[in-house]
Design a protein around this ligand. Structure first.
Ligand code: ADP
Ligand code: MG
Length: 659
């Protein structure tokens, strides 16, 4: 499917941004900071970096970078730009995402997630390697982007020669200009076609079901070449369910019509799920142009709102929901919550249907819901998320008075206080609020503070070989494979790996057995394990191991002693501990809130449940579930101070570990 040179040239020149190439570059040349505004699909992400490159911004030996809020976007855009420039990915054009670096010494245009750039600023405060930084999709207002913008504000006077280019959809653009003292805005003129909005007459009770039937209705009542369908879903699970239901509905209809018995015989329609955890090779297929012979039904998270432009969409189905990370200060944790979108998101979503011709957007909510129940603008991540990670990073940049840091929107003071408390509790901050030795060491790892802590302590406790595996396993979404048709069978397979006292040890067991079976793919399939995920664990583990080596932290095995592993896990998660209070009922020690053991836990259904546990995650879905749980000894919890939340004891322990 490699497009030839002339085709690429023609495609590039057909993009709206091409018409304004020279005035745009002039604004960039004349200003240190500028804000570029354009409709989705105008060519901001794929073209800007190339223009800057063509204009000689890499001549000084410095690189051009472009940040993306999402990993998938960073990879897919880098791939595309490499293709347009006719170079190999990873050579002149590359990308960096967490645990994956596809760049080389030759790389001049680098795409990366905003989180990676933030980490790079820790090592190189002046970003001396870079001549231009494009902060793409700034309107998404991710926590990392917001913090980066604050850092840039301070960087400008130190690096007079750097260019900061902020790109944004139409919403929110003024905010960025104001933040940078009236930085000029450049609007890319774009054409959009009208989109007819069709609202649900009544509130929808099951948005997956409604989306499936709307998609089927569109597909069956319009010719395939009339355009592709894009469905906005919440997250991986809903997307997979929707995809499989559409596929089975299609099979049902097609088998009646054409005596077809298998999906792969249906050749005029294809279903494409997109979400972050999907491997890259599947994702790039969504860009193939079937030239009207085949209809794409794309089911995506809000990544398709502005980050990924897929041509040919004429029908949008908007569930009206997205999954948002929401911080709950009461329980001290982030959780992913299905939340109604804002009006601004709804408009972006509908707009996807009118990029190349007039289209239709089916909104699976009523007009009243939009008017009465939706915010006008989404709440920026910084105002709804756990700030521990960011606080730790800022502290390590010696930004001590975080409340004085220039933020586009100030985070709630309460969130800061609880992040300071959490960091102090796990020993990253001293009583004076300064970074401890342990805290400094934590910032060396691209991990949540708690995971960094257990990794560091595991080395002292002589079980870092094992903890490397556990932490890597916790860094990927899911290794167990549970196909709908074979649930019982896969549950049995999963149970064979269970270590009764701990889900963390169960994960370790899975990896150890995979290793014992020579990292075999067939073995994974037989045991209902996701081979690709495990391979990823293997890569992540190697990278973390490398970081341990660079930082001279010994990697040692505890051999058969797995108690020390649980003890170390307890040290990192002691603030996430729970006590058994009744039949299968736990309460959170810190708050007294009632929680349940998640049914996927290896402890679930045990006759004799442990009295005390620590957990990695809290899931809020009507019920409050603790997930990934490890049995701990109450004396360990006492040791770590959380049983009594004894402040003096916590301090002693922290001092002991920081020494
Ligand atoms: P913007 O950032 O302004 O939304 P983009 O630069 O992402 O616009 O997209 C410009 C064009 O490039 C669109 O028509 C889009 O479909 C196309 N495009 C982007 N990524 C790819 C890809 N990986 N493969 C094929 N086409 C792509
Ligand atoms: Mg873009």
């Amino acid at each position: 499917t490699y497009t030839n040179k002339n085709d690429i040239k023609r495609l590039r020149e057909s993009l709206p941004v091409y018409n304004v190439r020279s005035p745009l570059l002039q604004v960039i040349r004349e200003n240190q900071v500028c804000v570029i505004i354009g409709e989705t699909g105008s060519g901001k992400t794929t073209q800007l970096a190339q223009y800057l490159y063509e204009e000689g911004f890499c001549m000084s030996g410095k690189q051009i970078i472009c940040t993306q809020p999402r990993r998938v976007a960073a990879m897919s855009v880098a791939k595309r730009v490499a293709q347009e420039m006719g170079v190999e990915l990873g050579d002149k054009v590359g990308y960096v995402i967490r645990f994956e670096d596809k760049t080389s010494r030759n790389t001049q245009i680098k795409f990366m997630t905003d989180g990676i750039l933030l980490r790079e600023s820790l090592l190189d405060k002046n970003l001396d390697k870079y001549s231009c930084v494009i902060i793409d999709e700034a309107h998404e207002r991710t926590l990392n982007t917001d913090v980066l913008l604050g850092l840039f504000k301070q960087l400008l006077s130190r690096r007079m020669d750097i260019k900061i280019i902020i790109t944004s959809a139409t919403i929110n653009a003024d905010k960025f200009s104001e933040f940078f003292g009236g930085a000029p805005q450049f609007k890319i003129p774009g054409r959009t076609y009208p989109v007819e909005l069709i609202y649900s007459k009544h509130p929808v009770s099951d948005y997956v079901e409604a989306a499936v039937s709307t998609a089927m209705q569109i597909h069956m009542s319009s010719p395939v070449n009339s355009g592709d369908i894009l469905i906005f879903m919440t997250g991986q699970e809903d997307i997979e369910t929707t995809a499989s239901e559409i596929r089975s509905k299609l099979l049902e209809v097609y088998s009646k019509k054409y005596q077809i018995t298998r999906h792969d015989e249906i050749n005029d329609v294809e279903v494409f799920p997109i979400y972050s955890a999907l491997p890259a090779d599947i994702q790039s297929k969504i860009f193939i142009n079937f030239e009207g012979k085949k209809r794409k039904i794309i089911i995506a998270t809000n990544i398709a709102e502005t980050s990924l432009t897929i041509d040919g969409i004429r029908y949008v189905i908007d569930t009206g929901y997205s999954k948002l990370k929401v911080y709950n200060p009461r329980i001290g944790l982030d959780s992913l919550v299905v939340t109604p979108i804002a009006v601004a998101n709804a408009n972006q979503r509908s707009g996807r249907a009118g990029r190349t011709a007039a289209g239709t957007a089916y909104r699976l909510y009523t007009e009243g819901t939009l008017a009465e129940d939706m915010y006008i603008q989404p709440v920026p991540e910084i105002q709804r998320t756990n700030l521990s990670n960011i606080t730790l990073l800022l502290k390590s940049l010696e930004i001590n008075d975080i409340l004085k840091f220039p933020f586009l929107d100030k985070p709630p003071t309460q969130s800061f206080i609880s992040s300071l408390y959490e960091l102090w509790f796990i020993g990253a901050l001293s009583n004076k609020g300064e970074l401890t030795t342990l805290g400094k060491a934590m910032t060396k790892f691209p991990l949540q503070p708690t995971l960094a802590k257990i990794l560091l302590l595991s080395s002292k406790n002589g079980c870092s070989e094992e903890m490397l595996t556990i932490v890597s396993m916790l860094s990927i979404p899911q290794v167990f494979y549970r196909p709908k048709e074979r649930e019982t069978e896969s549950d049995k397979a999963r149970m064979r790996f269970f270590i009764n006292e701990s889900d963390h040890l169960t994960l370790l067991n899975v990896y150890s057995q995979w290793k014992a079976n020579k990292f075999s793919k067939i073995w994974c399939t037989r045991n209902f394990l996701q081979y690709k995920s495990l391979k990823r664990v293997h890569e992540i583990r190697a990278q973390l191991k490398q970081l341990m080596d660079i930082n001279k932290i010994p990697v040692v095995s505890s051999g058969k002693d797995w108690d020390i592993i649980r003890k170390t896990i307890c040290s990192g998660f002691s603030h996430q501990s729970a006590k058994l209070v009744g039949l299968g009922k736990y309460i959170q020690l810190r708050t007294g809130m009632e929680v349940k053991l998640h049914p996927t836990s290896s402890l679930y259904g045990l006759g004799n449940l442990p009295k005390y546990v620590v957990y990695n995650e809290l899931l809020m879905t009507g019920n409050q579930y603790i997930c990934c749980v490890t049995t701990v000894d109450p004396f360990w919890l006492m040791d770590y101070g959380s049983l009594l939340f004894d402040i003096k004891r916590v301090k002693e322990i922290n001092d002991q570990y920081s020494a």
